[in-house]
Design a binder for this molecule. Structure first.
Ligand code: C2E
Ligand code: MG
Ligand code: MG
Ligand code: MG
Length: 285
């Protein structure tokens, strides 16, 4: 059947496929309405500075409170958002929610930086830097309060435009992180031309570094690279104390991972911060 289908290409009717297509269309429609109705919920995962032992900020991670299916995780809706043209709206909704929360925490005396994940369509959109600026201003936040996380694969699409959009964001003072660093293509080429401020080394290297000399070597050499380029190195996916200890030993800058904290609902963040020290040296307010 597979061979036959290959031979005649897309002309073969595939009932399962068709059902899937209908399902995606329906999901996209629900997501469009859901975003407009405010069904996106943000969880926040803290980042810890290893030299200071202070919390430096949080990353906003989107969940969708689907009216029938309950709380959905990004793997259930990010692809759909991207393929159905909803990513611009989704990112702006996440930015708005995350910056409002960041403002509220500052008003409570906790100066946390906020990281927001962005997608390919944001980076090829010439209006995106202004939209970010507008939202920072609307919430009374300095650009230095925000870090945008981009993945390497994402930068493949329209490289020139992505470089220009990121350049404008960086010039405004927004931090730029390469997310899942080490899993994409041409990492080094990007580093040479992108206005990046931090690398987030993918958890596939970090998680197993204490058992794997190879992964440990990758962490070490990425750290050297970060140093040489003046970038902050964040290790993602540290799940135990041994990994955190190894990262401290190597001199890694920051860590994120289940061992420190899973992503927390908004109202879980201040209680989690109680008794911890927060890095409040960012400029502005
Ligand atoms: P990411 O930005 O690399 O986020 C980290 C993901 O790894 C999160 O999953 C987090 O819960 C998980 N994680 C953190 N620490 C650990 C750990 O120690 N061990 C393990 N096994 N996992 C850990 P989540 O929240 O399901 O997000 C998955 C991805 O979805 C994110 O990866 C990001 O690429 C995407 N995403 C999430 N929110 C947004 C958003 O608002 N916009 C866009 N464009 N993408 C988003
Ligand atoms: Mg991220
Ligand atoms: Mg990541
Ligand atoms: Mg990841």
């Amino acid at each position: 059947y597979v061979a036959k289908r290959r031979r005649v290409g897309v002309a073969v009717y595939d009932e399962a496929r068709d059902g899937e297509g209908r399902h995606r269309l329906e999901l996209a429609q629900q997501l469009r309405e859901g975003i407009a109705r405010g069904e996106l919920v943000l969880h926040y995962q803290p980042k810890l500075g290893l030299d200071s032992d202070r919390v430096v900020g949080v990353e906003a991670l989107a969940r969708w409170a689907h009216p029938q299916r309950g709380l959905l995780y990004p793997d259930a809706f990010i692809d759909v958002a991207e393929s159905s043209g909803l990513m611009g709206d989704l990112t702006l909704a996440v930015l708005d929610g995350a910056l409002a929360q960041c403002r509220a925490w500052r008003d409570d005396g906790q100066v946390l930086s906020m990281a927001v994940n962005v997608s390919p369509s944001n980076l090829v959109d010439d209006r995106f830097p202004e939209e970010v600026d507008e939202r920072l201003a609307a919430h009374g936040l300095p650009a230095s309060a925000l870090v945008l996380e981009v993945t390497e694969s994402l930068l493949m699409e329209d490289r020139e435009r992505a470089v220009s959009v990121l350049g404008r964001l960086r010039a405004a003072g927004v931090g730029i992180a390469i997310d899942d660093y080490g899993t994409g293509y041409s990492s080094l080429a990007y580093l040479a031309e992108l206005p990046v401020t931090e690398l987030k080394l993918d958890r596939s290297f970090v998680g197993s570094m204490t058992d794997s000399p190879r992964n440990s070597a990758i962490v070490t050499s990425t750290l050297q690279l970060s140093r040489a380029l003046g970038l902050v190195l964040v290790a993602e996916g540290a799940e135990d104390q041994a990994t955190v200890d190894a990262l401290v030993e190597l001199g890694c800058d920051q860590v994120q991972g289940y061992h420190l904290s899973r992503p927390l609902p908004a109202d879980g963040v201040l209680p989690w911060l109680a008794g911890r020290r927060v890095e409040s040296v960012q400029v502005g307010n």
